[in-house]
Design a protein. Structure first.
Length: 340
């Protein structure tokens, strides 16, 4: 569709770099391109029906005060807490936040970044929706490169992204710390509700947890790695499948607190006592689980601070090496894992 064409698409069609395409279409006070290259880029833009309508030029000289925030699921308390941190810091910095959800669709994140480029947004923060697949990740990187080539600032939350300022969340490390703490409480027969296959965050947490257990001599068999959506209903469905033939599992790790809440409900429905028969742990320490009975063991992340830090990165972004801002999790042991 014409509205989805970005400067990156034009550069690829013309066989030139993003920088060259930008200079050819938007002009530059410092460098110009030759007539032949300019015509080639303009022809490519015409074929693709790319129309900057002055947006790229305005971004180069003076952008809007909009910050685009991309999350996986607006209803998820994890992303809501991050969004609150972004919004608070953005208000102090004089920016307005535009929130978009991907629903776990990698292409959706690419489309949102393209829209932010066309709307002259000053910055984009990717807080969710980053794909684990290499091809999808490359498509998102290309969209971010296009956005930055016309003056936009970018930051990501989670895994570090190549060449981009990143708030690096210690997902794997936090899950590993949790695994060691639970092993120390006497648990030996583990299962994991691994979340969706396309989530980099879920994959990191699963790998961190199972890797730490393997180092302690506890292997989690493949049939005890149960996928599902990163939601309450996803956790409920995954736990029901696990409990249908749980064997000798004595602890279930859900890769997010929201998934753990669904798992707890499923256990109660089929008469399985938590933690008497099966212990349960989550990840994030969202506010909602602090009133759950039994109290949920989890890994606490400073979610509001994570959002504020990402906003600071885009407000202060400068040329040079990308800034990596690490954020660690903290294991919080509660009544859902009393020990064996």
């Amino acid at each position: 569709m014409p509205g989805q064409v970005t400067l990156s698409d034009v550069a690829r069609e013309a066989g030139v770099s993003l920088a060259t395409a930008s200079r050819a279409l938007n002009g530059s006070a410092n460098r110009t391109v030759g007539e032949e290259l300019r015509k080639r880029v303009e022809a490519a833009a015409s074929r693709l029906r790319y129309s900057p309508d002055g947006i790229a030029q305005a971004m180069a000289r003076g952008r809007t005060t909009s910050l685009g925030l991309v999350v996986r699921d607006i209803a998820d308390p994890y992303y809501a807490a991050i969004a609150a941190g972004v919004a608070s810091a953005a208000e102090v910095g004089g920016l307005m936040v535009t929130l978009a959800a991907t629903g776990g669709d990698p292409q959706r994140a690419v489309e949102v970044v393209g829209r932010m480029e066309r709307q002259r947004a000053r910055a984009v923060v990717i807080a969710g929706g980053r794909p684990g697949d290499a091809a999808d990740d490359a498509a998102l990187r290309a969209a971010l490169d296009s956005f930055r080539s016309v003056g936009g600032a970018v930051a990501v939350i989670g895994r570090p992204a190549e060449g981009v300022d990143s708030v690096v969340v210690g997902n794997a490390e936090g899950a590993a710390d949790l695994a060691r703490a639970l092993h120390g409480r006497g648990y030996r027969r583990f299962a994991v509700l691994t979340g969706p296959a396309g989530s980099a965050t879920a994959a990191d947490r699963t790998a961190g947890f199972t890797g730490a257990l393997a180092a302690l001599g506890c292997t989690v068999p493949s049939e005890r790695l149960v996928p599902g959506e990163m939601s309450r209903d996803g956790g409920h469905a995954a736990m029901r499948r696990l409990l249908a033939d749980r064997g000798d599992v004595d602890l279930v790790f859900a890769v997010s607190d929201v998934v753990a809440v669904g798992a707890l409900a499923a256990a109660r429905e089929v008469g399985v006592d938590v933690p008497g028969e099966v212990a349960l742990a989550g990840f994030d320490d969202i506010e909602a689980v602090r009133d759950v009975t039994p109290g949920l063991t989890t890994v606490r992340l400073p979610l509001g601070r994570i959002g504020a830090e990402a906003t600071r990165l885009v407000l202060e972004q400068q040329a040079g090496a990308p800034v990596l801002a690490p954020v660690a999790g903290e294991v919080v042991l509660r009544g859902s894992t009393p020990g064996r």
